[in-house]
Design a protein around this ligand. Sequence first.
Ligand code: HEC
Ligand code: HEC
Ligand code: HEC
Ligand code: HEC
Length: 290
Amino acid sequence: MQSKSTISKLTGSLLKLVAVSALMLGAAGISQQAVAGIANTKHNLGSTGAAGNNKTSDTGEICVFCHTPHAADTTAPAPLWNKNLSSIATGFTTYSTASSSTIDGEVLAVGSVSIACLSCHDGSQAMDNIINAPGSGGYDTTGGGANGRAYTWSGSSVNAQGVMQSSSIAMLGKDLTNDHPIGIQYCGGGQTAATPTGACKDTDFKGPGSGLNSATINSQLVWWVDSTGAGGTAGSRDKTDMILYSRAFAAGTGPSVECASCHDPHTETNPTFLRVSNVGSGVCLSCHVK
Ligand code: HEC
Ligand code: HEC
Ligand code: HEC
Ligand code: HEC
């Protein structure tokens, strides 16, 4: 039989345990909030995605449809990219061919991070055309080839093979004439933010001093337009800024607007993966002076 003091000691430790586990639960609650994000978005294509999303039941992984920790396509313009993009970068038309176009920036071929988005959003590829599938082995340099993995997909805007269907507004297709220009030179300050030069020096855009910034990060020159009031720090390149992508223009490396200039494919903070809220057209007014 246990003595009274042992029992009270036990009760004491039990209480402590309860307190500690409550603390741990609290902490877990906080860290769960911190890791929310992409899991709650339409970019969770795995089995844990919300009911009604386009998804597969064949894996519960999320990142794998875009990134892999090993054997990534090193030529891809997106980090540790798990798809072979070489076969899709052809046949696009962009806004510059629209009759309404009066753009004066240089237009480049569809590429950079936009091609990574379009590897699903042009409706030409199965979403499971990935190089390194979940689990041991599952490695295929072609990215699954024409037939992709043998995953089964469900959802209203993909077919059973996981190809985005034209019934979805998210399927932009190869004709991007009716979409905001991408692969387009950002004309807010010429080729370098510090010394605007050349024809591409449009005062209709935020320029140096009013938002356009450049910096050398890991020996690469990068540009961005600081967004206002979105939680980022002025003068530093944050996810809530409009990111401009370095591309080779005729006059040298310069800033280009791509899909991911306006969208962060991981965020659930704003609807439709926007980097900043578009209330009051905040996205548009981050770059355009209107
Ligand atoms: C639907 C495609 C997609 C999915 C799914 C995805 N990413 Fe990304 N990720 C991208 C793209 C595209 C970029 C490049 C964006 C850019 O250049 O700003 C990127 C960039 C990144 C970067 C570097 C830049 C940054 O924003 O920090 C990290 C780190 C990253 N992803 C981690 C992850 C992790 C971890 C997951 C899974 C939890 C994940 N991503 C899921 C598309 C995706
Ligand atoms: C990341 C910066 C950026 C953001 C954000 C942005 N734009 Fe643009 N936009 C550009 C650039 C650069 C061009 C090409 C301008 C040129 O070369 O003359 C352009 C072109 C356009 C054009 C075509 C102009 C023409 O002369 O034919 C329209 C219209 C337009 N944007 C509207 C919008 C709207 C609406 C939004 C918000 C939904 C928006 N833009 C957000 C940078 C941006
Ligand atoms: C692995 C495939 C894949 C890649 C890569 C991908 N997406 Fe998506 N995206 C999807 C699917 C699937 C949907 C859901 C479509 C639907 O519901 O009709 C979606 C939806 C979206 C939506 C609409 C979200 C909403 O709430 O309605 C946006 C915006 C978007 N993607 C932008 C991007 C951008 C920008 C990139 C590149 C940075 C990208 N996506 C890369 C598969 C992808
Ligand atoms: C200049 C900024 C900008 C660029 C560049 C841009 N988008 Fe968007 N995108 C937006 C805005 C703003 C919305 C929200 C529109 C709305 O609310 O209807 C949007 C909406 C979307 C949607 C959801 C459509 C819907 O109505 O459900 C998809 C999918 C999408 N974008 C994909 C892309 C892809 C892929 C690219 C590159 C080819 C791209 N976007 C380039 C600003 C941009």
